[in-house]
Design a protein around this ligand. Sequence first.
Ligand SMILES: [Zn+2]
Length: 380
Amino acid sequence: MPLDPVALTADLVRCPSVTPEEGGALVLLERILTEAGFDCRRVDRNGVPNLFARWGRKGANRTFGFNGHTDVVPVGDAAAWTRDPFGGEIADGWLWGRGATDMKSGVAAFVAAAVDFVQETPPDGAVILTITGDEEGDSVDGTTALLDWMATEGEAMTVCLVGEPTCPERLGEMMKIGRRGSMTAFFTARGVQGHSAYPQRAKNPVSAMARLIDRLSSHELDKGTEHFDPSTLAVTTIDTGNPATNVIPALCRATVNIRFNDRHSGASLIRWLEQEAAEVAAETGVEIGLSAKISGESFLTPPGELSELVARAVEAETGLRPEPSTSGGTSDARFVRAHCPVVEFGLVGKTMHQVDERVEVAQIEPLKAIYKRILKDYFT
Ligand SMILES: [Zn+2]
């Protein structure tokens, strides 16, 4: 009996697995996968639940990996939902609930594809599933914990597919072969407080910050690269909190967020920001400090064997050739890429994190069929 990915999605939605709660989701998957002959191991770390499952021999020459998460973001305004966010109800062609698109349907589709595939045509190699309960949270003890554990156990994936939603409108139109990096810089300008009628006796940190922010936001970081859009810088706040009109304050803070392509690294951008801050400080006499947080470096799995394997399977099942894109926010692919080549493909993610999150039921079987075809093509 083939495993029904729609019923499995509904069962998973009924598990209230808001990060970091396991909610029964990984327990359910572990039971299904164990029955299907997978070696399962819970790799929990610091209270975060994670599941590792392998069918086939450890250390096999060819190992295809899937990665996904069963944790979900909070419901938000529960009263605003049309249907129970943890009901897994099917109505009007949609399956409703928190995590329906992000990404319990994706996990259900690759679990069902993997189970059917190894039972119908046992491959010469291994299939590994890494499923985390911490993607929507800090992502510190999730996929990273699984990969750390795999390294100590000598477990490895040759290639990996992350099943996050990737398609903007129609199933099949987009896959992700990389992601931009993300960093946030926090500036603090310290001047000398004074009377606004005598600005020459003060050092104004607000005008110094304005000059710095203007320099940063009018600078073109690059024009884009072969696989990436141009890098962007967004000013997210400038604060003085000064209620007085006749006082020049002593302090001004500002924050900028940068999404960057493969022309830059977190370190190279910090060097640039430090240099700009130092120049403005020299011009104005205002001290400008900087601290930065790098959320992720940019990465790219150059188009090649893996992206071609995925594209061919998607095209065979949907008739659409998926565009290889690097757009969007970050995902756990940023951790997997240090382990092996990684590509992301999944369904349409329009209602992710929204009230009334739901997935079109008609997309789930085709997604399973795509994943199954990828496995079949990979091992033949
Ligand atoms: Zn997700």
